[in-house]
Write a protein that binds this ligand. Structure first.
Ligand code: ADP
Ligand code: MG
Length: 301
């Protein structure tokens, strides 16, 4: 059997611990009664307009500077369209081609290693979280409920370059990322409570000089254990498929922690499918140099 090298890139969603949501004055407290923290902007009611929370911008800058990113001062928000019952507006406000931060890196020293491993960060953007669906029973039938408290909670999406080479790398990267974000006090980084969530993109190739293989994206890993197990499962599955002469199909899968396997969710959607366009309610803006300086000064070591 030829030797395969795994190639992994992580997309991490981090909830910012601001007092209020990203585009409204709704508070967000984990565990509050369902739908008690969802005002007109969160519900997407006609005429309700989003306004960027300044505390979000400051925390986002803090995180980007701590991760040694470049700040793109000319930035904007875009609408990402899809239908799901936890997304009342029918689109998520996110950033597409003008993320506020690019570049950056995270370094860590693995146990027994004599030098650091450095993983490059591709980009960071700000976006709003969606609500939550709860599936249960009602009157003997399967019913679903929606809780929109989490809708509009500020997230950073931190996207790495495909520089990771093992599930162990992914584990160290996440641990280091979390401790940096906690040290600068922008998140509580609690994976069980969902304030840190990770999608892992995994492919394999025949050695370090071969071109990248087709990747599979594993969605919403909510513990360090799940991240390691799901990546290892995918690596083995992909090698087995290739060895038996099959091709990897670009797809999105979910990790089933009980069965310890990944399950197909959808074959890959493309950016075009989301019909991104600049959000007309949130015009392009310039991040003031003064604000960047202020954040630098106030940042913990
Ligand atoms: P998308 O927006 O469709 O999810 P991106 O190009 O933004 O795609 O990549 C998402 C993540 O996938 C990044 O973290 C990137 O490093 C990683 N990635 C890209 N190509 C590969 C590959 N061939 N194998 C593993 N990871 C990859
Ligand atoms: Mg993605």
């Amino acid at each position: 059997m030829s030797h395969y090298e795994p190639v992994i890139g992580l997309e991490v969603h981090c909830q910012l611990k601001t007092r209020t949501k990203i585009f409204s004055s709704d508070p967000y407290l984990y565990g509050a009664a369902a739908n008690t923290q969802a005002g007109p902007v969160t519900l997407g009611l006609p005429g309700a307009l989003p306004v960027l929370n300044e505390e979000v911008m400051e925390m986002a800058l803090t995180a980007a500077l701590a991760l040694e990113c470049e700040i793109n001062r000319h930035t904007r928000f875009d609408r990402k369209h899809y239908f799901y019952p936890d997304l009342p507006k029918g689109y998520q406000i996110s950033q597409y081609d003008r993320p506020y931060a690019t570049g950056g890196k995270i370094s860590f020293r693995k146990k027994d290693a004599d030098k650091d491993t450095t993983i490059r960060i591709h980009r960071i953007h700000m976006e709003e979280d969606a609500g939550k669906l709860l599936h249960g029973q009602g009157g003997g039938e399967a019913v679903s409920f929606v809780d929109l408290n989490r809708a509009g909670v500020p997230l950073l999406e931190i996207v790495s370059e495909p520089d990771l080479r093992s599930s162990e790398d992914a584990y160290y990267y996440l641990q280091t990322l979390r401790s940096i974000l906690r040290a600068v006090e922008v998140t509580d980084g609690n994976m069980e409570m969902g304030s840190l969530r990770c999608d892992a993109n995994v492919s394999v190739r025949k050695g370090p000089d071969a071109p990248f293989g087709t990747r599979v994206e594993i969605k919403n890993l909510n513990s360090f254990k799940a991240v390691r197990a799901a990546i290892d499962y995918q690596i083995e599955e992909q090698i087995a498929l290739i060895e038996s002469g099959q091709k990897i199909v670009q797809s999105t899968v979910l990790w089933d922690a009980d069965k310890r396997e990944t399950r197909l969710m959808r074959t890959k959607e493309n950016a075009e499918d989301y019909r991104y366009f600049p959000d007309p309610d949130l015009p392009e803006f310039v991040i003031e140099e003064d604000l960047i300086e202020k954040v630098k000064k106030e940042m913990p070591e």
